[in-house]
Design a protein around this ligand. Structure first.
Ligand SMILES: *Cc1c(COP(=O)(O)O)cnc(C)c1O
Ligand code: SF4
Length: 373
């Protein structure tokens, strides 16, 4: 292949036509994990090179060949590349940063179970992901091997002992990286608890390793309804034909799909990109659920977007596109306050005639509040 100034990303790392390419275990084994492996496929910028040379105590680097093939090899500002290839900003700590900003340690009731609300818990089922997002809120926990899997018995016993718990969010790490039979075992045990109504799985796999969404996996998942998958999606370019097939399989199996997006500087902090992503998700039967303000973990400073910009972007989505495509903008409150929705003021007053409300164009309307006594 000769050098070219072509700006569109091409599949460069490996031959996509091999059948091994569509084998998810092959993809995992062939992830790029260091400078030497990455420089074969990407023209690394000095800050990337320097960051990859630093020893890292938390959050390893890992990029599947598939996701690497979506990145622009010559452009260090490529949004997909920015999420997974470290730069020096990762080693900076800003005032207010904390390795556990949501105080999840305080709300951990037994190892691997975070409970902040009476009716729902987060179950950290694994510490492994296919790729490691550089802004990860759980960077203190993920990437260190299988250390989160040892205590399922205790976690399941806790949930079984608390009849108020109706909703279990299986997270981690990425639960869809567990083998199909182990995940089946976990879901079966949770389903056997009579008071558990909804099971949710938080995953980035359909977008970074879509070949993992095999028919066998989906046939297993559909036995455990009602089941939802919260899809971590950050950019419309992630919705490739392969990813769309994976999402269609999940949706066809009756799995509810919800989108979760972290607002990230230079990646998705513009209205066209964000609107494209939300519409793209909806076209793939994923209902946008949350847009998160980036959590203040050390090293995420260069990813954060001013809250005001987030509110402006939300105003651009609201009222200009299908309500089904509009997520809720939330801050997961530092200190463990839970997710707090942010919205520009819509209730502007109340007078003798009724409630004064402002729409997305800034026009004021009155809702006359009158009741039959
Ligand atoms: C996000 C989260 C939940 C789920 O919140 P929903 O608003 O129901 O999606 C539950 N527990 C914890 C600790 C969470 O962080
Ligand atoms: S997939 Fe989720 S848990 Fe894994 S690195 Fe990314 S944000 Fe963190």
């Amino acid at each position: 292949m000769h050098a070219t100034k072509d700006r569109t990303p091409r599949v460069t790392p490996l031959d996509e036509t091999t059948t091994r390419w569509s084998d998810w275990r092959w993809q995992l084994r062939h992830r790029c994990r260091n400078l030497r492996q990455l420089e074969r496929f990407l023209e690394l910028s000095p800050p990337e090179r320097q960051a990859l040379e630093q020893t890292r105590e938390i959050l390893p680097v890992a990029i599947t060949p598939y996701y690497l093939s979506l990145m622009h090899p010559g452009d260090p500002q490529d949004p997909l590349r920015r999420t997974l290839v470290p730069v020096m900003g990762e080693f900076a700590t800003l005032p207010g940063d904390s390795p556990d900003p949501l105080d999840e340690a305080r709300d951990t009731v037994v190892p691997g179970v975070i409970r902040r609300h009476p009716d729902r818990v987060v179950l950290l089922a694994t510490g492994v992901c296919a790729t490691y997002c550089r802004y990860c809120t759980r960077s203190r926990l993920v990437g260190g091997g299988e250390k989160l899997t040892g205590h399922w018995d205790q976690a399941i016993a806790y949930i079984a002992d608390h009849p108020e718990i109706r909703d279990v969010l299986i997270s981690g790490g990425d639960p869809l990286l567990l083998s199909t039979s182990r995940l089946d075992g976990l879901l079966t045990r949770l389903r056997a608890i009579p008071h558990v109504e909804l099971l949710r799985i938080g995953s980035r796999i359909p977008l970074v390793l879509p070949m993992r969404i095999t028919r066998k996996l989906v046939d297993m998942l559909r036995k455990h309804h009602p089941l939802a998958v919260s899809l971590h999606a950050i950019h419309p370019r992630e919705l490739t034909p392969l990813a769309q097939t994976a999402l269609a399989r999940l949706a066809d199996a009756g799995i509810m799909l919800a989108g979760q997006t972290v607002l990230l500087a230079g990646i998705n902090d513009s209205l066209p990109v964000l609107a494209d992503l939300m519409r793209g998700l909806l076209r793939n039967r994923v209902r946008p659920y949350y847009l998160y303000q980036c959590d203040p973990i050390p090293g995420s400073g260069h990813f954060r977007v001013p809250v005001e910009q987030g509110l402006r972007l939300m105003a651009g989505l609201q009222g200009h596109m299908s309500g089904y495509a509009v997520p809720r903008f939330v801050i997961d409150a530092p200190g463990g306050g839970g997710k707090i929705p942010l919205a520009s003021e819509t209730v502007v007053g109340r007078d003798a005639r009724g409630w004064l409300l402002k729409n997305h164009l800034g026009e004021i309307f009155c809702y006359p509040e009158a009741f039959v006594e």
